[in-house]
Write a new protein. Structure first.
Length: 322
């Protein structure tokens, strides 16, 4: 007879379909049940303490988890520091990451309770999920048992770019075993994100080098962005989802459908039949399936190129190899 854990995973995988071969047997919802039974409670408590005081950390921690999983897999390598400043966190796209203190605090609390047991990779996975929960976003199951990587190289950071077109983005995701639906669903995380004018100024002031703006953008949106971002302003912040940046909801798709996506990577979701159809459905139905779909895609993301068994290590401190 199936255990409840196995049954739960089988049900989840049947919902996710066959778009990616997930090694469901390599992780376990009850992995720390005997060796550190309070793992999830401890991580949830610490995350709640930080994010309830500063809700913007939810977007930051979710972004950190995504950046970790897309480089060397979900192995916590984004957390490593290097004396030569040549680790993943030192790459340009990662310089704006924040929230490391939340992961470190959760890990420290776990080390006091059950030293040397819970990996930083698992802590980051749980923190990302719990941070979204604090701001009333969707829940998803986080099977555990990941091991920590020992390698973190700035040269290997090749994240999906905010300037990428749909073909490139689909290939980026396919390389990680994720499909077009995962791409458009996980892009929905921009509902709570912010950016800086530095990443959008060229789009609104000099898209082709002739002082023009990207024709894929709604002209009224360009005008509003120009009020926020002057030509030489690279520091001011801009909401990814105007009007709903503090709520984890499907409003992002309304924005994209109105050609108000902040990045090229947002706007280009309208350039593919499947991703455009998803955007339109969510916009028309007030996000009828977004929470469920986001949970499914985050579950899948957590299996990307993971280390298990005797691979890697269990770091005592997340910023340093043992």
């Amino acid at each position: 007879m199936m255990t409840k854990t196995l049954l739960a995973l089988v049900v989840l995988l049947s919902v996710l379909g066959n778009s990616v071969a997930i090694p469901w047997y390599s992780l376990n919802l009850n992995y720390y049940r005997y060796r550190c039974p309070d793992t999830e409670r401890i991580v949830r408590r610490v995350t709640q303490q930080y994010v309830s005081r500063k809700p913007s950390l939810a977007a930051a921690l979710l972004r950190m988890y995504f950046h970790d999983c897309f480089v060397r897999g979900c192995d916590g390598s984004i957390l490593l520091k290097s004396p030569n400043n040549d680790a993943e966190r030192n790459a340009v796209p990662n310089l704006s990451l924040r929230g490391y203190e939340v992961v470190d605090a959760a890990k420290a609390a776990l080390e006091r309770r059950c030293p040397g047991v819970v990996s930083c990779a698992d802590v980051l996975a749980l923190v990302a999920r719990d941070a979204v929960l604090v701001i009333r976003g969707p829940w998803w199951p986080v099977p555990l048992g990941r091991r920590d990587g020992r390698i973190s190289r700035i040269s290997e950071v090749n994240l999906p770019s905010p300037f990428a077109n749909i073909a490139t983005l689909k290939q980026n995701f396919a390389d990680k075993g994720l499909n077009a639906k995962d791409l458009v669903v996980l892009s929905g995380a921009h509902t709570i994100g912010i950016s800086t004018c530095a990443l959008v100024n060229a789009r609104i002031y000099n898209f082709t080098g002739r002082g023009d703006f990207d024709p894929a953008m709604n002209p009224s949106y360009v005008r509003s962005l120009k009020k926020r971002c002057k030509p030489t302003d690279f520091r001011s912040t801009v909401d990814m989802d105007p009007g709903s940046v503090k709520r984890f909801d499907s409003h992002y798709y309304n924005v994209v459908a109105q050609r108000k996506g902040l990045f090229t990577s947002d706007s280009t979701l309208l350039d593919d039949f499947d991703t455009r159809h998803y955007v339109q459905i969510q916009a028309l139905t007030n996000g009828i399936s977004f929470n469920r779909d986001f949970s499914d895609s985050m579950f899948k993301l957590g299996f990307v190129e993971i280390l298990t068994g005797r691979q890697g290590e269990i770091r005592r401190k997340c910023a340093f190899v043992n």
